[in-house]
Write a protein that binds this ligand. Structure first.
Ligand code: NAI
Ligand code: MG
Length: 355
């Protein structure tokens, strides 16, 4: 099997942090082929298009995409279709990436970064699996219209929530498989007491369960899930939910750890082709200074090894190296505390490589 990676550094701190992740991937000697392309503001500057055709070809031919971040104030006043974010939406849509995986891990060395009490979050290691292409965000009909309601002409806003059973089944499978590779506990989140769409969601998850007898499936209503994530987040292993609930819960879960520079993400298609990127943006305020934290991008590369290339051992090698550099006291500015060693982007990458 070829292992082709399309590397899209993007804008702001993107090139600095992806360079470190590429360095780590190369050092593993796994026969990975990497080719760079333009996405986002840098692509707009070079071609007028945030997702140029050359990049589309590269992304479609690759097995996986490693992305830095896109956007920045330089492009904020462009028309909507030329904005860097359009490039991001374009590539996600074109590659059919329907499964968004966001781990939230609190490393013991960074326990003080969380706003929650250490005893509540110490050892936290959860994974949110969010469906990305359906739900009320994309359902038709939708709009704002003037209608005659109760004898009164007034503005009327409406959206439609829907899922097909096949859409639910394919995200369910991704979640069950992910749970199988972890602690074998899956919590499916819905609002079946009020919404029929999510009753179907719960039914399909239950229908899948017999195929994964080694995974324990539970269900939780979304309002309770939001509460439990703050009250006792360590009760969860993998959580799976629809696009809207997942949008909200994944942001909530990621911030339990308090450190944006540490959070990776993966977006997968039906064949485990994936786009891997840090959860943070292009951080224009620190771009070009060599101080950005490359660990979220390095950890995204580890997710690529796990989910696209099925190289679990290599993924663990990278993740353990990250744990070791934290234990050794290396810190970029965003996670710095008195008594630790403050380093820049490249030194952090070098430390991971050495570890
Ligand atoms: P941001 O995540 O870029 O930055 C928020 C804060 O966190 C800043 O103070 C930044 O310096 C810091 N930060 C972020 N990543 C860091 C890292 N690796 N190391 C150290 N500090 C880090 O979010 P913001 O400021 O809202 O957005 C900046 C630009 O990024 C905007 O143009 C936005 O549209 C874009 N963006 C792009 C995303 C993507 O490419 N997926 C996602 C989110 C925002
Ligand atoms: Mg969001």
């Amino acid at each position: 099997m070829t292992k082709k990676i399309c590397v899209l550094p993007g804008d702001g701190i993107g090139p600095e942090i992806t360079a470190e992740a590429v360095k780590v991937l190369q050092a593993l000697n796994l026969g990975l082929e990497m080719e760079e392309g333009l996405l986002g503001g840098c692509a707009v500057d070079a071609t007028g298009n945030p997702y140029p055709e050359a990049t589309q070809k590269l992304a479609q031919e690759a097995d996986a995409v490693l992305l830095g971040a896109v956007g920045g104030p330089k492009w904020d006043n462009l028309p909507r279709e030329q904005r860097p974010e359009r490039g991001l939406l374009g590539i996600r849509k074109q590659l059919g990436l329907f499964a968004n995986l966001r781990p939230a891990i609190l490393y013991p060395e960074l326990a003080n970064a969380s706003t929650l009490k250490p005893e509540v979050v110490a050892g936290l290691d959860i994974l949110i699996v969010r469906e990305l292409t359906g739900d009320i965000y994309f359902g038709q009909p939708r709009g704002i219209e003037v209608r005659d309601v109760d004898g009164q002409q007034q503005r009327f806003g409406f959206n439609t929530m829907h899922y097909t059973e096949s859409e639910i089944r394919r995200i369910g499978r991704v979640a069950f498989e992910a749970a199988r590779k972890r602690n074998k506990k899956l919590c499916s989140v819905d609002k079946m007491n009020v919404l029929e769409t999510t009753q179907l969601w719960r039914d399909v998850m239950n229908e899948l369960a017999p195929e994964y007898p080694d995974v324990e499936l539970t269900h939780m209503l979304v309002d309770n899930a939001a509460m439990q994530l703050v009250k006792a987040p360590k009760q969860f292993d993998v959580m799976v939910t629809g696009n809207m609930f997942g949008d909200i819960l994944s942001d909530e879960a990621s911030m339990l750890t308090g450190s944006i520079g540490m959070l990776p993400s993966a977006s997968l298609d039906a064949n485990n082709k994936g786009l891997y990127e840090p959860s943070h943006g292009s951080a224009p305020d620190i771009a070009g200074k060599g101080v950005a934290n490359p660990l979220a991008t390095i950890l995204s590369a580890a997710m690529m090894l796990r989910y696209t290339f099925n190289l679990e051992e290599a993924a663990l090698t990278v993740e353990n190296a990250v744990k070791r550099v934290l234990a050794q006291g290396y810190r970029t500015g965003d996670i710095y505390e008195t008594g630790t060693k403050r380093v820049g982007t490249r030194e952090m990458g070098d430390a991971v490589l050495a570890a």
